[in-house]
Design a protein. Sequence first.
Length: 361
Amino acid sequence: MTLSKKINFIRKISLALFVFSLFSLLGSLWLQNTLAEFKFDKNISQKEYKILDKYINKINCSENINVCIKDPYLGFFNFSEKLGDCYRNNLETLYIVNEKVFKKRLDLFNNNDFTKNLKTEFVNKEIEFHLNLLNTKDESCIKNSNHYYVYKIFPFYYEFLYELKNNPNTILGTSEKINPFINGETSISNIVKRFPINYLFKPLLFLSVIFMCLYWKNYNYLFSRILNMEKNTYFYFGIASAIFLFFHVLFLGMEIDNKIFKTLRKLVIAFFILSEILAQYFLSIQLFKNKNILIFYCSTFIINIKLLFVIVISIVSIFIISLLLIYDLNSKVDYILEWNYFAILLFYYFLSFLMWKKKTI
C-alpha cells in the first residue's frame, strides 16, 4: 500500500472510530429514551368493537383460568393486530361477582398476583364482565397522537418499537426520559448493559476496538516510513487501551457476585483510561516535535490543537481523580462527569481525521 493510500486510510479509520464510538454512546441513550417514552399500545380493534355504550357477558374463570390471567377482556374481544387499529376512546372494564364490583382483574386473585390461584370466594363462580365506553380519549392509542401522521408513512418503525418495548427480555435502565450529560440520572453501564440497548452498544464498541487497533498500527507504520521511527511508545499504550476496552465491553452485563471480579472490572476501566490518555499524549508529543517534517502530510494547526487537547484532558483527569479520592461526591456528579468525559475523549480521533491532509493517489 502506497503512503498516500495509508494516509487516506488512517483518515477514514479516525473518522470511523469517532463516529462509531460516539454513536454507541448517543445511540444507546436515544434508544433508552425512545423506549422509555413510548406509550402507544394495542387495545380492542376499532373494526371489532361495535358496541355503542356497554358490553356485558359472563365467564367462569375456574374453567378458563388461562384466559382470565392473560386477557383483561376475558377472551370476549381480540386486541388490534396493529397500533393503527386501536380504538380511540378509553374503555372501562368491570368484574362483578356476587354483586361485588372490581375494577382490576388482580382483585380476583390471591395476594393480587396472577401467578396465584383465584380467591376462594370466586372459585366456580360466574364472573360478569362489563365493558363500558367512556367519552375520554385513550392516550395510548396512536390515532390520538401527532405521531399518527408519521405512523401512516412509516408504520414498521412504531410497530418495531412496540415489539421491542413489550419484549419480556426488555429491561430499561430508567422508566423516564433522561439527560445524564446535564442531570446525571444514571451511569453509562446501567443503560448499556441491558437488553435491548446492549445489542446496539456492544457491537459498535467491539467494532471500535478493531478500529483502534488499526488506528495505532497505521500510525506506527506512517511514523516508521516518514520519520524512520521504529519504536513508538504510543503504539504499545494504544494497543493496550484497545485490549482493556475489549474486556470492559465483554464484562458489561455480567452479574457475578465476587469481590475479585468486581475489582477486576474497575481495574480494567481504569487501565483503559490511563492507557488511552498516555497513548494520545506520547503521540501528540511526537507529532508536535516533528511537525516541520510532517507539514506536507499534516495540518500543523491541528497538531497544536491535538497537543493542547491532550494536555487539558490530562489535567482534567488528574483533577477529577484527586477530587474523587478526597471527596465523596454525589452520584449524580459522578455520572455527569462520566458521560461528558467519555464523549469528549472521543474528539481526539476526530482531530486526527482533520489533521491528516487528503492525498491524491
